[in-house]
Write a protein that binds this ligand. Structure first.
Ligand SMILES: *Cc1c(COP(=O)(O)O)cnc(C)c1O
Length: 405
């Protein structure tokens, strides 16, 4: 299928290019030392990911350890309530550890093992990436250093406990505002020091090349499974596919199964409290081109040109940019990016729980909220939503802040 001059039959071969660019977005804007380390990872990945042994081992892990394939569920009661559009969800909440993040963490840690590394390094904000990576490290017997700001360590006590139980070292970062940005800097610095024995593992389709490509490839299992399952269940393709976009890994996972199909694709960004800068994290909708954290993409900038402060009720979505491939698909028009706010999200959180017996992660509830709006607009047809994770981690916060609705 061709779309605005891009041939999607050969898309995954051509995007990104050798230097990691999706059009003008992506690349590796890092120090020479870090660039060398990234090139080593890219070279190893290109060799190893074609090896039958690596592919077979990853397949076995997905089935026997992660519990894949995750099912697709038809949301019959919700669909009936809304009218004639049938809504389906891909159940990444049933992936081991309760979200899609383990899909790329297991791939990254397996790559570390094949490269002969002894340690994985990462930063974490809300702790979800740290927990997924600590799980993968435990599985493979790798050391795991997770850098986390002091403020986040205090806020995310249950995830800190999980990481420690899984055997990870949680390293407190006391610089600056003591949150995600400082943790990223500390983790990069540690990686430059230790790159002979360690590999850096990014938590989304972000960062310098080859990470946006690698993480997409590892997440594409979601889209490949979902396409086959959906056609098996209904005999046809969905009319629309919807996913929430923070960095954009769960979205790239499911989108990659449908980019070459006549299917409308929607990425949902968090509008938070409203349209004012600082009240949301809708980078693709309101942002502009810029470089941060080692890659060129569309980002929210403050007056000083630095990444702007962002907000969302979902801590997994409050990032001032999105992966470079999303910026590319945005400009191309192949994927439409739209927003839902906190209120709509909380309503959808309770709606899905009450009508279907599925408590979604508050990130995933953004995608559900958008599907509810879209269903009313479409009037007929079908929508497939990527339910990126389960909501156990969010229950206390939602009850405290919003009460039972
Ligand atoms: C981290 C997280 C997200 C956001 O990350 P993406 O890379 O945008 O997918 C979404 N949903 C859940 C459940 C998460 O844990």
């Amino acid at each position: 299928m061709e779309f605005n001059g891009v041939n999607f039959d050969t898309y995954f071969k051509n995007y990104p290019n050798e230097e990691g660019f999706f059009g003008k977005y992506g690349g590796a804007y890092v120090s020479p030392e870090l660039k060398k380390a990234m090139e080593e990872i890219a070279e190893a990945y290109f060799t190893i990911c074609k090896s039958a042994k690596f592919i077979a081992e990853l397949r076995r892990i997905r089935k026997d350890f992660q519990g894949r394939p995750t099912p697709i569920s038809h949301l019959e009661r919700l669909s009936n309530k809304l009218g004639n559009v049938q809504i389906y969800v891909k159940r990444e909440d049933l992936n081991h550890t309760g979200a899609h993040k383990l899909n790329h963490c297991m791939g990254e840690a397996l790559l570390a093992k094949y490269m002969g590394k002894k340690k994985v390094i990462a930063e974490t904000g809300a702790g979800q990436h740290g927990v997924a990576l600590a799980t993968a490290a435990a599985y493979f017997g790798l050391e795991c250093d997770i850098y986390m700001g002091s403020v986040d360590i205090k806020k995310q006590a249950p995830n800190v406990a999980r990481m420690k139980i899984l055997g990870a070292n949680v390293i407190e970062v006391t610089e600056g505002l003591q949150t995600l940005k400082e943790a990223v800097d500390a983790a990069f610095a540690a990686y430059v020091r230790e790159y002979k024995d360690a590999i850096y593992c990014i938590g989304s389709v972000l960062g310098p090349h080859p990470f946006p490509m690698m993480v997409r490839d590892f997440q594409s299992v979601v889209g490949i499974e979902a396409r086959e399952q959906f056609v098996g269940m209904t005999g046809e393709l969905p009319d629309a596919v919807v996913a929430c976009v923070g960095g954009g890994s769960n979205a790239m996972g499911i989108f990659s199964g449908f980019l070459n199909d006549p299917v409308d694709i929607y990425g949902v960004e968090p509008l938070g409290r409203g349209e004012k800068l600082g009240d949301h994290a809708a980078s693709l909708k309101y942002g502009e081109e810029g470089i941060m954290h080692g890659f060129n993409s569309i980002m929210l900038k403050g007056e000083d040109g630095e990444p702007a402060p962002v907000y969302s009720v979902a801590s997994g979505l409050d990032y001032p940019s999105s992966g470079p491939e999303h910026a590319f698909l945005h400009d191309l028009g192949r994927v439409k990016y739209d927003v839902v706010n906190d209120e709509e999200t909380i309503d959808a959180f309770f709606e899905l729980s009450r009508l279907e017996g599925i408590i979604p992660a508050i990130e995933s509830a953004h995608a559900v909220a958008y599907a509810i709006k879209l269903a009313k607009k479409m009037g007929k047809g079908s929508i497939l939503v990527n339910l990126s994770g389960r909501g156990d981690k969010d229950m206390d916060y939602i009850i405290e802040k919003y009460g039972i609705r």
